[in-house]
Design a protein around this ligand. Structure first.
Ligand code: NAP
Length: 652
């Protein structure tokens, strides 16, 4: 009898259900299984390490292929082994064993991903897996324990993914806080981006809080409404909502050297300004929240309707209209296939083609058998998260690192990068094989990893091949009242223009103004080149903490939720440092910040996105990569475990 319980403290995970199904029914469920994490989960559960057969170990080079590249014979053998174990569970022959020792856990992890040398990852991965049935990243202290007499309040700006998380942790540490949110609900980017086809391009098992896992994701890559529902559910489950002032946009934050406090000015929904005093400010405003409308001649003259993908105008009826879309980035490649069947004519203006990652299950619901396994096999869902975390995480970063000796005229930056390029090029060539005219414009010439690679299940090529869709690659010269003119002199008539042109990502913390020690303005200090220590703290701006700040974006390896979880732990560590030491504020030392940024810049120059000339939102107007984290996920975790007091000047 299987009496194991879920290996997670998540409020969204019910107790694992006992198996009552017949052998045939279990075998049918196994047909839908994601195999690479299955035997590790069963080995973990039963303690039977003989399940970790060498001949069934995934090849790390093939990790991103369906089923980790395992052959049909390997899949059949793994399913047969799993069937025996699950029948054994059902019949009480097997029982869940006590938690594995670290050595055993490491052995299982290394088998799961087909790699060795993971010892340094063990504590990080234990947190990711939540193997100890608890939230390993929660603060293990509270203000009541270390400074019960100290008043200390925090303002969090933004109630999106990072803001909800920060609020939850502050609440756990018993630190009073208020969240100021410009929108009418929580969710941030998942609230605002309502364009058709909007969905996450990172599997949900990975793109979710480590401490709020779900076993019942409806899709592998869920839609905007599912994600928005998830973050709303988290805000409710963690009782964060009551702390949020909705419809309140922060205008400025001013530090007082005399009081060692911040004064925040915010405008409420009625247009009234309100002042709030706080000891610390956590900016959780995101990087991708200010839509970028391009600077094109005549843009104001257009007589039709226009809107940006992140401000989708659902009032505009596109049916039968002539629609022009500018951009073929992550947003546009999701909404263009959705609107193509309903519009009259669709003209797609592409400046740079995207690389496509073949992802057959991109739009698929999670199959019934796989859902059944998540409900009945303890730890399977968590091992699946680990498997995704690894293959999409540090296992993939080498594929975009520059080999100085490599001939970059090939369109790649290293041997591994070339392999990735060849796989994706072969995919695109196959997709457009019957349309050489489109293929010529659909195949990128820049190295993979220079820009975000986009998931595709075949829908992009099918859409561009439609009779009512035209791909235009001549550059845009101007917009007229009736359409868009390109460099060949052609005017492309349009009733509606949709800007899929991305965000002002490098303008961190805009449009608010922030004034720090000595009245120094943050944006003047940055001069268009935002930098922070660990993406979190900025010299001269005490007790100002950024989440998803400069150089914390990842291009290929991992989920931004991971970065926010690490960042919030670090910020809570800073607050603990203050409260336990009787200090009021901390200010990162300039030399620590500068040394860190030098190292980041050097490493970014050694990555595909750093060396390529292709345009991307990863570079600011000065050409510096101000967005991306170039090191491993492990390194960010290690560096943000707790603050080093020597890195900071302690005030008050
Ligand atoms: P984006 O990646 O910055 O793409 C903007 C597109 O507009 C690019 O094709 C760009 O061309 C084009 N463009 C910009 N200015 C132009 C101009 N003046 N003339 C012609 N074309 C112009 O923006 P996004 O698609 O909104 O995505 C931004 C980021 O949001 C993504 O990288 C991703 O991190 C995130 N995102 C994620 C998801 C998801 O998880 N599913 C979905 C959407 C967005 P160039 O390529 O030549 O610059």
């Amino acid at each position: 009898m299987n009496e194991g319980k879920a290996f997670t403290a998540s409020p969204f995970v019910d107790a694992i259900e006992p198996i009552a199904e017949s052998a045939d029914e279990i075998a049918r469920a196994l047909e839908d299984a994601e195999i690479p994490p299955l035997l590790p989960a069963l080995a973990y559960l039963t303690g039977d390490l003989s399940l970790l057969r060498d001949d069934l170990r995934p090849d790390p080079l093939l990790g991103s292929l369906p089923q980790g590249g395992l052959t049909d014979e390997q899949l059949t053998a793994a399913r047969a082994l799993a069937l025996d174990v699950l029948i054994g569970f059902r019949d009480g022959i097997y029982a869940a064993t006590p938690p594995a020792s670290e050595a055993v856990l490491l052995r299982i992890m290394e088998h799961a991903v087909g790699q060795t040398g993971l010892a340094a990852y063990l504590p990080l991965l234990s947190e990711e897996l939540a193997v100890h049935d608890r939230d390993g990243r929660a603060p293990d202290w509270s203000r009541g324990d270390i400074a019960p007499e100290t008043d200390f309040t925090v303002v969090v700006i933004g109630a999106g993914m990072s803001g909800i998380l920060a609020a939850h942790r502050l609440q756990q540490a018993d630190i009073p806080f208020v969240v100021l949110e410009k929108d009418r609900d929580v969710g941030g980017t998942w609230l605002e981006n309502t364009y058709p086809g909007c969905r996450v391009d990172n599997p949900n098992h990975n793109y979710s809080y480590s401490f709020a896992q779900r076993h019942d994701w409806p899709f592998h890559f869920s839609t905007q409404s599912v994600l928005q529902g998830y973050f709303a559910d988290c805000a409710d489950a963690f009782a964060v909502r009551d702390h949020v002032r909705f419809g309140t946009e922060v205008r400025s934050a001013v530090w007082s050297d005399a009081a060692n406090r911040w004064t925040i000015r915010a405008r409420d929904a009625l247009g009234n300004d309100t002042m709030i005093e706080a000891d610390a400010v956590i900016s959780a405003v995101g990087q991708l929240n200010r839509p970028l409308t391009p600077d094109i001649d005549g843009i104001e003259s257009f007589a039709g309707r226009t809107f940006h993908s992140a401000q989708w105008d659902h009032e505009v009826d596109l049916a039968g209209s002539r629609v022009a879309v500018i951009g073929t980035g992550a947003s546009a490649v999701q909404f263009i296939p959705e609107i193509a069947p309903t519009v009259g004519e669709l003209t797609v203006f592409q400046r740079t083609p995207p690389w496509l990652i073949p992802t057959p299950d991109y739009h698929d619901e999670v199959a019934p058998g796989l859902r059944w396994l998540y409900r009945h096999v303890p730890s399977y869902s968590e091992w699946n998260r680990f498997w995704i975390f690894w293959k999409m995480g540090d296992a993939s970063i080498e594929a975009v690192r520059v080999d100085e000796g490599w001939d970059r005229t090939l369109g790649s930056v290293s041997g591994t990068n070339e392999l990735v390029r060849m796989i994706m090029a072969a995919y695109i060539e196959a997709e457009f094989a019957d349309r050489p005219d489109l293929l010529a414009n659909a195949l990128p010439s820049y190295p993979p990893g220079t820009k975000r690679m986009l998931r595709d299940n075949g829908i992009w090529a099918r859409t561009l091949k439609r009779d009512n869709v035209t791909l235009v690659t001549e550059s845009i010269t101007r917009i007229t009242p009736t359409g868009i003119v390109t460099s060949d002199g052609v005017e492309h008539a349009a009733d509606v223009i949709i800007y899929g042109t991305g965000f002002e990502a490098s303008k961190f913390l805009t449009p608010m103004t922030v004034s720090g020690r000595g009245g120094v303005d943050l944006h003047e200090q940055w001069g268009g080149d935002a930098r922070a220590y660990l993406g979190i703290t900025v010299p001269g701006f005490p007790n100002l903490f950024c989440l998803y700040g400069p150089n914390t974006n990842i291009v290929i390896n991992g989920s931004i939720i991971y970065f926010s979880e690490c960042g919030v732990r670090y910020i809570l560590g800073c607050l603990k440092l203050l409260l336990s030491g009787g200090h009021r504020a901390l200010d990162v030392r300039g030399e620590v910040h500068d040394a860190f940024n030098l190292a980041v810049d050097a490493e970014n120059r050694a990555m595909a996105w750093g060396v390529s000339d292709a345009t991307s939102w990863y570079k600011n107007e000065l050409g510096r990569v101000a967005q991306n984290w170039p090191f491993t996920l492990l390194e960010y975790w290690q560096r943000t475990l707790e603050p080093n007091p020597d890195d900071y000047e302690l005030l008050g």
